[in-house]
Design a protein around this ligand. Sequence first.
Ligand SMILES: *Cc1c(COP(=O)(O)O)cnc(C)c1O
Length: 467
Amino acid sequence: MKYQSTRNGCPEQSFEQVLLEGLAPDGGLFVPVSLPSFEIEEIQSWADLSYQDLALKVITPFVGSDIPAPELRTIIYDSYDGFYHSDVAPLIMLDENEYVLELFHGPTLAFKDFALQVLGRLLDYVLKKNGQRVAILGATSGDTGSAAIEGCRHSDQVDIFILHPLNRVSEVQRRQMTTVHGENVFNLAVEGNFDDCQRLVKAAFNDQSFLPTQCRLAAVNSINWARIMMQMVYYFSSVLKLTRGKSKVSFSVPTGNFGDVYAGYLAKKMGLPIDQLVVATNSNDILHRFISKNDYSASKLKKTFSPSMDILVSSNFERYLFDLFDRDGDVLSDFMQRSLSGKLSVSERQWQTVRAMFSSASVTDDQTCRVISEIFKRHEMLLDPHTAIGLDAGRRCHNGSNSPMVTLATAHPVKFGEAVEAAGQKAPDLPGHLGNLLEREERYQTLPNDLYAVQDFVVQNLRLCSK
Ligand SMILES: *Cc1c(COP(=O)(O)O)cnc(C)c1O
């Protein structure tokens, strides 16, 4: 499988190159040159596979011959062995046609583990094979950071630097990052918001001349293609569990950077019987305004109970727009340029294409709390605020068909105690493996929202490349 940039400004790349590079050199994102498509009979024949074997079926066409099958198999099995539920991604029924897909049984209690456990191992494998080392630089709105650190901490091939917005991640989220004390792990609290962190990371990638010559950066943020690839798998596993692929299933996806729901879109294009794809946002609702009103314009960032979705501009949306613009990189580049300044819309025909693929709703903090409280009263199940938004959006957007609506439960409620308490519920205890998190010693550095400060910190602390 070859990959191209959404801006069409660089040559095609292999899976291995895409894995290491993250962002394309022309500023675009990598997408497969063409998607594999599966016959429905083939998908149905996977109904009894383990999660791991299903993952191998789905991702092998994307990896191609870059990683030999036995090694890929070991990587996938090792990655999901560390999950605390034998089902990996258990599907829980709430009501007739209403389900939640629990994606928080990995080591850091959010769905990010599904991809980052694998990505850390893929990177380690490829870097070892090539005798290379890299510095990973990433920004987190809360959950990616700990999942990336957890996925990479044991690799001798990487140093990992994670930027989080100071005081804008929950205490549990922060501690899950800052209490990991590997000598290759560096946490930076940036005086700014998540978009500032993301901008700093992008800028550092765009001009890497601040690094020693033999050193380069690698990306693990949600634009990394391998993450999208791994997130397709649980759409397949859900459909197979619910209908064995014999009828359609709808999904409601709490959305920030548009990585998770984009994976659902790809799964659908590859032949998985998916009915609706609901884009669920909090009050940071650019995607909801675009889907419902053809208004693509960033507003001011609002701080909500669902911080992992407090994002102004969803980076992975560019991948979907690339398809929407008939894979014309020039049209896309122009759109992305203009999106920096003011209100944008697409043609009526394009907008109808969007609406045929996605439904959307935006959910306030008050409503989020109401849903948490309602579900707890009815089912004694505690939802995290992101999941509650997904559930509510799924209900509001349901098209009345018979397809079951599956809400992606993207995080464990213990990560978001503030919202759980605002909903009048007691925050749950930390699961066993994180029992003493609140007593562990924290280590992080606070930096101004300034590119030079970040570059300087990275250069001062690099362990690997300077040797
Ligand atoms: C990252 C995250 C999201 C948003 O996912 P995207 O792929 O960025 O849209 C939603 N909920 C939680 C808990 C997350 O950590």
